[in-house]
Design a protein around this ligand. Structure first.
Ligand code: HEM
Length: 530
Protein backbone atom coordinates (compact mmCIF):
# COMPACT_ATOMS: atom_id res chain seq x y z
CA UNK A 1 0.00 0.00 0.00
CA UNK A 2 2.86 2.33 0.96
CA UNK A 3 4.56 1.69 -2.37
CA UNK A 4 1.36 2.28 -4.35
CA UNK A 5 0.80 5.53 -2.51
CA UNK A 6 4.38 6.52 -3.34
CA UNK A 7 3.74 5.75 -7.01
CA UNK A 8 0.51 7.69 -7.25
CA UNK A 9 1.97 10.73 -5.48
CA UNK A 10 5.01 10.76 -7.72
CA UNK A 11 3.16 9.99 -10.97
CA UNK A 12 0.45 12.62 -10.55
CA UNK A 13 2.46 15.66 -11.66
CA UNK A 14 3.93 13.67 -14.52
CA UNK A 15 0.48 12.59 -15.68
CA UNK A 16 -0.74 16.21 -15.52
CA UNK A 17 2.24 17.28 -17.59
CA UNK A 18 1.58 14.49 -20.05
CA UNK A 19 -2.02 15.53 -20.71
CA UNK A 20 -0.99 19.17 -21.09
CA UNK A 21 1.00 17.98 -24.08
CA UNK A 22 -2.19 17.79 -26.16
CA UNK A 23 -1.20 21.01 -27.89
CA UNK A 24 2.46 20.13 -28.24
CA UNK A 25 4.06 18.81 -31.39
CA UNK A 26 3.93 15.15 -32.42
CA UNK A 27 7.62 14.77 -31.55
CA UNK A 28 6.94 16.03 -28.08
CA UNK A 29 4.12 13.56 -27.61
CA UNK A 30 6.22 10.65 -28.83
CA UNK A 31 9.06 11.70 -26.54
CA UNK A 32 6.77 12.06 -23.52
CA UNK A 33 5.20 8.67 -24.29
CA UNK A 34 8.62 7.06 -24.46
CA UNK A 35 9.62 8.62 -21.12
CA UNK A 36 6.29 7.54 -19.62
CA UNK A 37 6.80 4.01 -20.87
CA UNK A 38 10.35 3.82 -19.45
CA UNK A 39 9.08 5.01 -16.08
CA UNK A 40 6.19 2.57 -16.18
CA UNK A 41 8.45 -0.37 -17.00
CA UNK A 42 10.83 0.67 -14.22
CA UNK A 43 7.95 0.79 -11.74
CA UNK A 44 6.48 -2.54 -12.90
CA UNK A 45 9.87 -4.17 -12.66
CA UNK A 46 10.35 -2.94 -9.07
CA UNK A 47 6.93 -4.12 -7.93
CA UNK A 48 6.45 -7.41 -9.75
CA UNK A 49 9.96 -8.66 -10.49
CA UNK A 50 11.81 -8.19 -7.23
CA UNK A 51 14.98 -10.27 -7.06
CA UNK A 52 14.70 -12.42 -3.90
CA UNK A 53 18.46 -12.99 -3.94
CA UNK A 54 19.32 -9.32 -3.58
CA UNK A 55 18.56 -6.71 -0.89
CA UNK A 56 15.38 -4.60 -1.37
CA UNK A 57 15.63 -1.64 -3.76
CA UNK A 58 14.54 1.85 -2.69
CA UNK A 59 11.49 2.71 -4.79
CA UNK A 60 12.21 5.25 -7.53
CA UNK A 61 10.52 6.43 -10.69
CA UNK A 62 13.25 7.42 -13.08
CA UNK A 63 15.89 4.84 -14.02
CA UNK A 64 19.56 5.96 -13.83
CA UNK A 65 18.73 8.99 -11.63
CA UNK A 66 17.01 6.75 -9.09
CA UNK A 67 17.36 8.32 -5.64
CA UNK A 68 20.29 10.60 -6.55
CA UNK A 69 18.46 13.80 -5.63
CA UNK A 70 16.98 12.71 -2.30
CA UNK A 71 20.25 11.09 -1.24
CA UNK A 72 22.26 14.14 -2.36
CA UNK A 73 20.18 16.69 -0.43
CA UNK A 74 20.72 15.04 2.95
CA UNK A 75 22.50 11.65 2.85
CA UNK A 76 22.12 10.74 6.56
CA UNK A 77 18.40 11.61 6.50
CA UNK A 78 17.90 9.52 3.34
CA UNK A 79 19.82 6.58 4.81
CA UNK A 80 17.96 6.68 8.14
CA UNK A 81 14.53 6.99 6.47
CA UNK A 82 15.20 4.02 4.20
CA UNK A 83 16.69 1.97 7.00
CA UNK A 84 13.36 2.43 8.81
CA UNK A 85 11.52 1.23 5.65
CA UNK A 86 13.76 -1.55 4.36
CA UNK A 87 16.07 -2.60 7.22
CA UNK A 88 19.83 -2.41 7.67
CA UNK A 89 20.64 -3.57 4.12
CA UNK A 90 19.09 -2.01 1.02
CA UNK A 91 20.01 -0.83 -2.45
CA UNK A 92 19.36 2.51 -4.12
CA UNK A 93 20.23 3.88 -7.53
CA UNK A 94 22.84 6.67 -7.48
CA UNK A 95 23.82 8.16 -10.84
CA UNK A 96 23.11 4.89 -12.63
CA UNK A 97 24.94 2.75 -10.06
CA UNK A 98 23.13 0.22 -7.88
CA UNK A 99 24.46 1.19 -4.47
CA UNK A 100 23.96 -1.24 -1.60
CA UNK A 101 23.91 0.35 1.82
CA UNK A 102 24.72 -1.59 4.96
CA UNK A 103 24.24 0.42 8.11
CA UNK A 104 25.04 -0.47 11.69
CA UNK A 105 28.21 -1.97 13.17
CA UNK A 106 27.89 -5.24 11.18
CA UNK A 107 27.53 -3.28 7.95
CA UNK A 108 30.54 -1.13 8.83
CA UNK A 109 32.55 -4.32 9.37
CA UNK A 110 31.29 -6.03 6.20
CA UNK A 111 32.32 -3.11 4.00
CA UNK A 112 35.36 -1.57 5.69
CA UNK A 113 36.99 -4.92 6.44
CA UNK A 114 36.00 -6.40 3.06
CA UNK A 115 38.71 -8.53 1.47
CA UNK A 116 40.84 -7.09 -1.33
CA UNK A 117 39.44 -9.66 -3.78
CA UNK A 118 35.87 -8.56 -2.89
CA UNK A 119 35.98 -4.77 -2.62
CA UNK A 120 37.94 -1.91 -4.16
CA UNK A 121 38.20 1.72 -3.09
CA UNK A 122 40.35 2.78 -6.02
CA UNK A 123 37.74 1.79 -8.62
CA UNK A 124 35.38 4.32 -7.04
CA UNK A 125 37.70 7.16 -6.12
CA UNK A 126 40.35 7.24 -8.86
CA UNK A 127 38.38 9.29 -11.45
CA UNK A 128 38.04 12.04 -8.87
CA UNK A 129 41.34 11.84 -7.02
CA UNK A 130 43.95 11.03 -9.68
CA UNK A 131 43.57 14.30 -11.65
CA UNK A 132 43.78 16.20 -8.32
CA UNK A 133 46.63 14.33 -6.58
CA UNK A 134 48.57 13.24 -9.71
CA UNK A 135 49.78 9.89 -11.05
CA UNK A 136 51.21 6.85 -9.24
CA UNK A 137 49.93 7.57 -5.75
CA UNK A 138 46.98 6.62 -3.50
CA UNK A 139 44.25 5.29 -5.86
CA UNK A 140 46.37 5.44 -9.04
CA UNK A 141 48.48 2.45 -8.04
CA UNK A 142 47.99 -1.10 -6.77
CA UNK A 143 46.65 -1.32 -3.22
CA UNK A 144 49.93 -2.87 -2.01
CA UNK A 145 51.75 0.30 -3.11
CA UNK A 146 49.20 2.50 -1.32
CA UNK A 147 49.80 0.47 1.86
CA UNK A 148 53.54 1.23 1.56
CA UNK A 149 52.83 4.90 0.89
CA UNK A 150 50.58 5.03 3.96
CA UNK A 151 53.38 3.46 5.97
CA UNK A 152 55.78 6.24 4.87
CA UNK A 153 53.21 8.89 5.81
CA UNK A 154 52.37 7.28 9.14
CA UNK A 155 56.00 6.77 10.19
CA UNK A 156 56.65 10.48 9.63
CA UNK A 157 53.97 11.37 12.17
CA UNK A 158 56.04 10.51 15.25
CA UNK A 159 55.73 11.83 18.80
CA UNK A 160 58.92 13.79 18.10
CA UNK A 161 57.27 15.37 15.05
CA UNK A 162 54.09 16.19 17.03
CA UNK A 163 56.23 17.76 19.75
CA UNK A 164 57.67 20.13 17.16
CA UNK A 165 54.25 20.79 15.58
CA UNK A 166 52.37 22.08 18.67
CA UNK A 167 54.39 25.34 19.02
CA UNK A 168 54.20 25.89 15.24
CA UNK A 169 50.39 25.50 15.24
CA UNK A 170 50.01 27.62 18.40
CA UNK A 171 52.09 30.37 16.81
CA UNK A 172 50.12 30.26 13.54
CA UNK A 173 46.86 30.64 15.51
CA UNK A 174 48.11 33.58 17.58
CA UNK A 175 49.52 35.38 14.53
CA UNK A 176 46.36 34.76 12.52
CA UNK A 177 44.06 36.39 15.07
CA UNK A 178 46.49 39.27 15.62
CA UNK A 179 46.65 40.08 11.91
CA UNK A 180 43.14 39.26 10.65
CA UNK A 181 41.12 42.48 10.15
CA UNK A 182 37.86 40.70 11.11
CA UNK A 183 39.21 40.24 14.65
CA UNK A 184 40.18 43.86 15.31
CA UNK A 185 38.78 45.39 18.52
CA UNK A 186 37.10 43.72 21.50
CA UNK A 187 34.17 41.93 19.83
CA UNK A 188 32.52 41.23 16.49
CA UNK A 189 30.65 38.77 14.28
CA UNK A 190 32.33 36.51 11.71
CA UNK A 191 31.44 33.73 9.30
CA UNK A 192 33.62 31.16 11.05
CA UNK A 193 34.10 28.35 8.44
CA UNK A 194 36.12 30.65 6.16
CA UNK A 195 38.48 31.49 9.02
CA UNK A 196 38.85 27.84 10.00
CA UNK A 197 39.64 26.84 6.40
CA UNK A 198 42.50 29.37 6.37
CA UNK A 199 43.82 28.31 9.78
CA UNK A 200 43.73 24.66 8.71
CA UNK A 201 45.77 25.17 5.55
CA UNK A 202 48.28 27.46 7.31
CA UNK A 203 48.87 25.02 10.18
CA UNK A 204 48.87 21.84 8.01
CA UNK A 205 51.18 23.25 5.35
CA UNK A 206 53.62 24.66 7.92
CA UNK A 207 53.86 21.45 9.95
CA UNK A 208 53.63 18.81 7.21
CA UNK A 209 55.35 20.59 4.33
CA UNK A 210 57.74 23.01 5.97
CA UNK A 211 58.08 26.77 6.32
CA UNK A 212 59.14 27.30 2.72
CA UNK A 213 55.84 25.94 1.40
CA UNK A 214 53.83 27.64 4.17
CA UNK A 215 55.21 31.02 3.09
CA UNK A 216 53.94 30.44 -0.44
CA UNK A 217 50.37 29.68 0.71
CA UNK A 218 49.58 33.38 1.19
CA UNK A 219 50.78 34.15 -2.33
CA UNK A 220 50.16 31.59 -5.06
CA UNK A 221 49.36 28.28 -3.41
CA UNK A 222 46.00 29.15 -1.82
CA UNK A 223 44.46 29.94 -5.24
CA UNK A 224 45.97 26.85 -6.80
CA UNK A 225 44.60 24.67 -4.00
CA UNK A 226 41.22 26.27 -4.53
CA UNK A 227 41.36 25.22 -8.21
CA UNK A 228 42.40 21.70 -7.19
CA UNK A 229 39.47 21.61 -4.83
CA UNK A 230 37.02 22.20 -7.65
CA UNK A 231 38.09 18.80 -9.00
CA UNK A 232 36.35 17.27 -5.98
CA UNK A 233 32.84 18.39 -6.99
CA UNK A 234 30.55 15.30 -6.93
CA UNK A 235 29.62 16.03 -10.59
CA UNK A 236 33.18 14.98 -11.43
CA UNK A 237 32.33 11.36 -10.59
CA UNK A 238 30.72 11.56 -14.03
CA UNK A 239 32.49 14.46 -15.76
CA UNK A 240 36.08 14.18 -14.48
CA UNK A 241 37.37 13.75 -18.05
CA UNK A 242 35.44 16.63 -19.66
CA UNK A 243 37.37 19.63 -21.00
CA UNK A 244 35.34 22.02 -18.82
CA UNK A 245 36.81 25.28 -17.47
CA UNK A 246 37.06 24.01 -13.88
CA UNK A 247 38.73 20.78 -15.01
CA UNK A 248 41.25 22.74 -17.08
CA UNK A 249 42.05 24.90 -14.04
CA UNK A 250 42.32 21.74 -11.90
CA UNK A 251 44.86 20.20 -14.32
CA UNK A 252 46.90 23.39 -14.50
CA UNK A 253 46.90 23.71 -10.71
CA UNK A 254 47.96 20.07 -10.28
CA UNK A 255 50.96 20.53 -12.59
CA UNK A 256 51.94 23.86 -11.01
CA UNK A 257 51.68 22.71 -7.38
CA UNK A 258 53.59 19.49 -8.13
CA UNK A 259 56.34 21.57 -9.78
CA UNK A 260 56.57 23.90 -6.77
CA UNK A 261 57.07 20.86 -4.50
CA UNK A 262 59.60 19.24 -6.84
CA UNK A 263 61.60 22.49 -7.12
CA UNK A 264 61.55 22.82 -3.33
CA UNK A 265 62.85 19.25 -2.97
CA UNK A 266 65.67 20.00 -5.40
CA UNK A 267 66.75 23.11 -3.53
CA UNK A 268 66.46 21.33 -0.15
CA UNK A 269 68.74 18.57 -1.44
CA UNK A 270 71.29 21.16 -2.59
CA UNK A 271 71.19 22.94 0.78
CA UNK A 272 71.51 19.68 2.78
CA UNK A 273 69.42 18.31 5.68
CA UNK A 274 68.17 21.04 8.04
CA UNK A 275 66.71 18.55 10.57
CA UNK A 276 63.10 19.72 10.08
CA UNK A 277 60.47 17.17 11.10
CA UNK A 278 58.18 17.68 8.13
CA UNK A 279 56.53 15.14 5.86
CA UNK A 280 58.35 16.32 2.72
CA UNK A 281 61.75 15.52 4.20
CA UNK A 282 60.59 12.13 5.42
CA UNK A 283 59.00 11.08 2.11
CA UNK A 284 62.11 12.26 0.21
CA UNK A 285 64.16 9.78 2.25
CA UNK A 286 61.75 6.81 1.94
CA UNK A 287 62.37 3.65 -0.10
CA UNK A 288 59.88 1.01 -1.30
CA UNK A 289 60.34 -2.61 -0.19
CA UNK A 290 61.87 -3.50 -3.58
CA UNK A 291 64.64 -0.95 -2.99
CA UNK A 292 63.27 1.84 -5.23
CA UNK A 293 63.56 5.29 -3.62
CA UNK A 294 60.25 7.20 -3.78
CA UNK A 295 60.54 9.36 -6.95
CA UNK A 296 60.14 13.12 -6.55
CA UNK A 297 56.89 13.25 -8.53
CA UNK A 298 55.34 10.69 -6.15
CA UNK A 299 56.50 12.67 -3.11
CA UNK A 300 54.91 15.78 -4.63
CA UNK A 301 51.67 13.93 -5.38
CA UNK A 302 51.52 12.40 -1.89
CA UNK A 303 51.99 15.86 -0.38
CA UNK A 304 49.05 17.16 -2.40
CA UNK A 305 46.97 14.13 -1.33
CA UNK A 306 47.80 14.62 2.34
CA UNK A 307 47.00 18.30 2.34
CA UNK A 308 43.72 17.73 0.51
CA UNK A 309 42.71 14.77 2.73
CA UNK A 310 43.36 16.76 5.87
CA UNK A 311 42.08 20.14 4.69
CA UNK A 312 38.40 19.36 4.25
CA UNK A 313 38.00 17.02 7.15
CA UNK A 314 39.89 19.14 9.69
CA UNK A 315 38.51 22.49 8.57
CA UNK A 316 34.93 21.20 8.61
CA UNK A 317 35.50 19.67 12.07
CA UNK A 318 37.08 22.81 13.54
CA UNK A 319 34.24 24.93 12.11
CA UNK A 320 31.66 22.66 13.76
CA UNK A 321 33.60 22.82 17.04
CA UNK A 322 33.53 26.64 17.00
CA UNK A 323 29.81 26.65 16.15
CA UNK A 324 29.09 24.19 18.97
CA UNK A 325 31.09 26.33 21.40
CA UNK A 326 29.12 29.39 20.31
CA UNK A 327 25.96 27.38 20.96
CA UNK A 328 27.33 26.36 24.40
CA UNK A 329 29.37 29.28 25.84
CA UNK A 330 29.38 27.49 29.20
CA UNK A 331 31.40 24.62 27.71
CA UNK A 332 33.87 27.13 26.24
CA UNK A 333 34.32 28.51 29.75
CA UNK A 334 34.82 24.95 31.08
CA UNK A 335 37.59 24.49 28.53
CA UNK A 336 39.28 27.68 29.71
CA UNK A 337 39.06 26.55 33.32
CA UNK A 338 40.42 23.12 32.36
CA UNK A 339 43.54 24.80 31.00
CA UNK A 340 43.91 27.06 34.05
CA UNK A 341 43.62 24.04 36.37
CA UNK A 342 45.91 21.74 34.42
CA UNK A 343 48.54 24.20 33.19
CA UNK A 344 48.43 27.11 35.64
CA UNK A 345 46.69 30.50 35.69
CA UNK A 346 49.44 32.15 33.62
CA UNK A 347 48.71 29.70 30.74
CA UNK A 348 52.29 29.03 29.64
CA UNK A 349 53.16 28.27 25.97
CA UNK A 350 51.33 25.09 24.97
CA UNK A 351 53.32 21.85 24.52
CA UNK A 352 52.47 18.45 23.07
CA UNK A 353 52.61 16.94 26.58
CA UNK A 354 50.01 19.48 27.78
CA UNK A 355 47.41 18.12 25.37
CA UNK A 356 47.17 14.85 27.33
CA UNK A 357 46.25 16.88 30.43
CA UNK A 358 43.16 18.33 28.74
CA UNK A 359 40.55 15.54 28.42
CA UNK A 360 37.59 17.86 27.83
CA UNK A 361 39.47 19.38 24.87
CA UNK A 362 39.82 15.85 23.45
CA UNK A 363 36.17 15.01 24.12
CA UNK A 364 34.99 18.16 22.32
CA UNK A 365 36.60 16.76 19.18
CA UNK A 366 35.26 13.25 19.74
CA UNK A 367 31.71 14.45 20.26
CA UNK A 368 31.81 16.86 17.33
CA UNK A 369 33.00 14.06 15.04
CA UNK A 370 30.15 11.86 16.31
CA UNK A 371 27.53 14.33 15.13
CA UNK A 372 29.41 15.99 12.26
CA UNK A 373 31.75 13.41 10.70
CA UNK A 374 32.88 15.11 7.48
CA UNK A 375 32.89 11.84 5.50
CA UNK A 376 29.26 10.67 5.59
CA UNK A 377 29.50 7.92 2.96
CA UNK A 378 32.40 5.53 2.44
CA UNK A 379 32.17 3.66 -0.85
CA UNK A 380 33.65 0.50 -2.35
CA UNK A 381 33.15 -1.22 -5.72
CA UNK A 382 32.14 -4.88 -5.40
CA UNK A 383 34.70 -7.04 -7.24
CA UNK A 384 33.18 -10.49 -6.74
CA UNK A 385 29.67 -11.51 -5.56
CA UNK A 386 29.40 -11.07 -1.79
CA UNK A 387 26.93 -13.14 0.28
CA UNK A 388 25.34 -11.10 3.09
CA UNK A 389 25.76 -13.04 6.36
CA UNK A 390 22.47 -14.25 7.87
CA UNK A 391 20.44 -13.79 4.67
CA UNK A 392 19.86 -15.34 1.23
CA UNK A 393 21.17 -12.21 -0.44
CA UNK A 394 24.24 -11.99 -2.60
CA UNK A 395 25.50 -8.57 -3.65
CA UNK A 396 26.54 -8.83 -7.31
CA UNK A 397 29.81 -7.41 -8.67
CA UNK A 398 27.89 -4.73 -10.56
CA UNK A 399 27.03 -2.97 -7.27
CA UNK A 400 28.76 -0.30 -5.21
CA UNK A 401 28.80 -0.70 -1.42
CA UNK A 402 28.14 2.23 0.89
CA UNK A 403 29.04 2.31 4.59
CA UNK A 404 27.77 5.19 6.69
CA UNK A 405 29.21 5.10 10.20
CA UNK A 406 27.42 8.44 10.69
CA UNK A 407 24.12 6.49 10.94
CA UNK A 408 25.28 4.23 13.78
CA UNK A 409 27.00 7.18 15.51
CA UNK A 410 23.57 8.78 15.96
CA UNK A 411 21.65 5.59 16.74
CA UNK A 412 19.89 5.73 20.14
CA UNK A 413 20.73 2.02 20.55
CA UNK A 414 24.35 3.08 21.16
CA UNK A 415 24.19 6.75 22.15
CA UNK A 416 21.49 7.94 24.58
CA UNK A 417 19.98 11.25 23.41
CA UNK A 418 21.91 10.82 20.17
CA UNK A 419 21.16 14.27 18.73
CA UNK A 420 22.42 16.15 21.77
CA UNK A 421 25.97 17.50 21.52
CA UNK A 422 27.33 16.55 24.93
CA UNK A 423 31.13 16.26 25.20
CA UNK A 424 30.70 14.98 28.77
CA UNK A 425 29.03 11.80 27.46
CA UNK A 426 32.54 10.43 26.88
CA UNK A 427 33.21 10.51 30.64
CA UNK A 428 32.58 7.26 32.53
CA UNK A 429 29.29 7.21 34.43
CA UNK A 430 27.68 10.04 32.45
CA UNK A 431 23.94 9.33 31.77
CA UNK A 432 24.56 9.91 28.05
CA UNK A 433 27.65 7.65 27.98
CA UNK A 434 27.70 5.30 24.99
CA UNK A 435 26.58 1.69 25.53
CA UNK A 436 29.25 -0.89 26.23
CA UNK A 437 29.38 -2.02 22.60
CA UNK A 438 31.25 1.22 21.82
CA UNK A 439 34.63 -0.17 22.79
CA UNK A 440 37.78 1.83 23.07
CA UNK A 441 40.50 1.43 20.43
CA UNK A 442 42.72 -0.36 22.95
CA UNK A 443 40.19 -3.21 23.31
CA UNK A 444 39.95 -3.78 19.58
CA UNK A 445 41.59 -6.57 17.62
CA UNK A 446 44.60 -5.15 15.73
CA UNK A 447 45.83 -6.00 12.24
CA UNK A 448 48.69 -4.80 10.04
CA UNK A 449 47.59 -4.15 6.45
CA UNK A 450 51.08 -2.96 5.58
CA UNK A 451 51.14 0.45 7.30
CA UNK A 452 51.42 -0.54 10.95
CA UNK A 453 48.97 -2.07 13.42
CA UNK A 454 45.47 -0.58 13.27
CA UNK A 455 42.32 -1.62 15.06
CA UNK A 456 40.45 -4.03 12.81
CA UNK A 457 37.22 -3.68 14.67
CA UNK A 458 34.98 -2.02 12.15
CA UNK A 459 32.10 -3.64 14.05
CA UNK A 460 31.83 -0.43 16.04
CA UNK A 461 29.10 2.19 15.71
CA UNK A 462 31.66 5.03 16.08
CA UNK A 463 34.19 5.17 13.23
CA UNK A 464 34.82 8.78 12.17
CA UNK A 465 38.30 7.80 10.92
CA UNK A 466 37.15 4.66 9.08
CA UNK A 467 38.58 1.18 9.61
CA UNK A 468 40.49 -1.54 7.83
CA UNK A 469 43.07 -1.09 5.10
CA UNK A 470 41.83 2.37 4.13
CA UNK A 471 41.69 3.68 7.68
CA UNK A 472 42.86 7.25 8.20
CA UNK A 473 46.57 7.70 8.96
CA UNK A 474 45.94 11.35 9.84
CA UNK A 475 43.89 10.79 13.01
CA UNK A 476 46.64 11.65 15.48
CA UNK A 477 47.79 14.61 13.42
CA UNK A 478 44.21 15.87 13.18
CA UNK A 479 43.76 15.53 16.94
CA UNK A 480 46.99 17.42 17.66
CA UNK A 481 46.06 20.12 15.14
CA UNK A 482 42.46 20.47 16.36
CA UNK A 483 43.28 20.36 20.08
CA UNK A 484 45.99 23.00 19.68
CA UNK A 485 43.73 25.27 17.62
CA UNK A 486 40.88 24.89 20.13
CA UNK A 487 43.16 25.46 23.14
CA UNK A 488 44.66 28.63 21.66
CA UNK A 489 41.28 30.05 20.62
CA UNK A 490 39.82 29.33 24.07
CA UNK A 491 42.68 31.35 25.60
CA UNK A 492 41.81 34.38 23.46
CA UNK A 493 38.04 34.42 22.99
CA UNK A 494 34.55 33.82 24.31
CA UNK A 495 32.05 32.74 21.62
CA UNK A 496 28.27 32.90 21.48
CA UNK A 497 25.52 32.83 18.87
CA UNK A 498 24.95 36.36 17.44
CA UNK A 499 21.25 36.21 18.48
CA UNK A 500 22.05 34.68 21.87
CA UNK A 501 20.09 31.54 20.94
CA UNK A 502 21.02 27.87 21.24
CA UNK A 503 20.55 27.27 17.51
CA UNK A 504 22.99 25.55 15.19
CA UNK A 505 23.20 25.89 11.41
CA UNK A 506 22.32 23.01 9.08
CA UNK A 507 24.74 20.85 7.11
CA UNK A 508 25.88 21.48 3.55
CA UNK A 509 26.15 18.19 1.65
CA UNK A 510 26.86 19.76 -1.76
CA UNK A 511 30.51 18.84 -1.84
CA UNK A 512 32.10 15.48 -1.14
CA UNK A 513 32.83 16.38 2.48
CA UNK A 514 29.95 17.70 4.58
CA UNK A 515 30.41 21.04 6.35
CA UNK A 516 28.32 23.80 8.00
CA UNK A 517 25.89 25.68 5.77
CA UNK A 518 27.16 29.22 5.27
CA UNK A 519 26.92 31.89 6.43
CA UNK A 520 27.63 30.33 9.81
CA UNK A 521 28.17 33.37 11.97
CA UNK A 522 29.40 33.47 15.52
CA UNK A 523 29.87 36.38 17.90
CA UNK A 524 33.36 36.62 19.37
CA UNK A 525 34.48 38.60 22.38
CA UNK A 526 38.12 38.97 23.35
CA UNK A 527 38.99 37.77 26.87
CA UNK A 528 40.11 40.52 29.20
CA UNK A 529 43.72 39.42 29.36
CA UNK A 530 43.99 38.53 25.65
C1 HEM B 1 39.06 15.26 11.47
C2 HEM B 1 39.89 14.91 10.54
C3 HEM B 1 39.80 13.68 9.69
C4 HEM B 1 38.77 12.79 9.49
C5 HEM B 1 37.39 12.80 10.13
C6 HEM B 1 39.25 11.79 8.55
C7 HEM B 1 38.49 10.70 8.12
C8 HEM B 1 38.97 9.71 7.28
C9 HEM B 1 38.22 8.54 6.88
C10 HEM B 1 36.78 8.22 7.27
C11 HEM B 1 39.02 7.79 6.07
C12 HEM B 1 38.66 6.45 5.40
C13 HEM B 1 38.15 6.65 4.00
C14 HEM B 1 37.76 5.35 3.34
O1 HEM B 1 37.76 4.29 3.97
O2 HEM B 1 37.40 5.38 2.14
C15 HEM B 1 40.29 8.48 5.97
C16 HEM B 1 41.37 8.03 5.25
C17 HEM B 1 42.55 8.74 5.10
N1 HEM B 1 42.87 9.95 5.66
FE1 HEM B 1 41.74 10.96 6.99
N2 HEM B 1 40.51 12.10 8.18
C18 HEM B 1 40.89 13.24 8.85
C19 HEM B 1 42.11 13.88 8.77
C20 HEM B 1 43.16 13.50 7.98
C21 HEM B 1 44.42 14.17 7.92
C22 HEM B 1 44.80 15.42 8.70
C23 HEM B 1 45.19 13.49 7.01
C24 HEM B 1 46.61 13.76 6.58
C25 HEM B 1 47.53 14.25 7.36
C26 HEM B 1 44.40 12.37 6.52
C27 HEM B 1 44.82 11.44 5.60
C28 HEM B 1 44.13 10.30 5.25
C29 HEM B 1 44.67 9.27 4.38
C30 HEM B 1 46.03 9.27 3.69
C31 HEM B 1 43.68 8.28 4.29
C32 HEM B 1 43.81 6.92 3.60
C33 HEM B 1 42.96 6.75 2.40
C34 HEM B 1 42.96 5.29 1.96
O3 HEM B 1 43.70 4.45 2.46
O4 HEM B 1 42.18 4.99 1.04
N3 HEM B 1 43.17 12.41 7.13
N4 HEM B 1 40.23 9.64 6.70
Amino acid sequence: MGVLQDISVQLEPLAQRFFQLGTASQVGVVFASAVGLIILLNVVQQIFFKNPNEPPVVFHLVPWFGSTVTYGIDPPKFLKANRAKYGDVFTFVLLGKKTTVMVGPQGNDFILNGKLKDVSAEDIYTPLTTPVFGKDVVYDCPNSKLMEQKKFMKIALTTEAFRSYVPIIADEVTTYFKKNPDFKGRSGIVDIPKKMAQLTIFTASHTLQGKEIRDQIDETLADLYHDLDMGFSPINFVLHWAPLPWNNRRDHAQRTVAKIYMDTMKSRRQRGDDGAQDMMRHLMNSTYKDGTPVPDHEVAHMLIALLMAGQHSSSSTSSWIMLRLAQHPEIMEELYQEQVKALGADLPPLTYEDLAKLPLHANIIKETLRLHAPIHSVMRKVKSPMPVPGSNWVIPDTHTLLAAPVVSATDPAYFPNPDTWDPHRWEAGNPNAPTSIVRSEEDEEKFDYGYGLVSKGAASPYLPFGAGRHRCIGEQFANVQLQTIVAMIVRMFKFSNPDGSRNIVGTDYQSLFSRPLEPANIRWERRENA
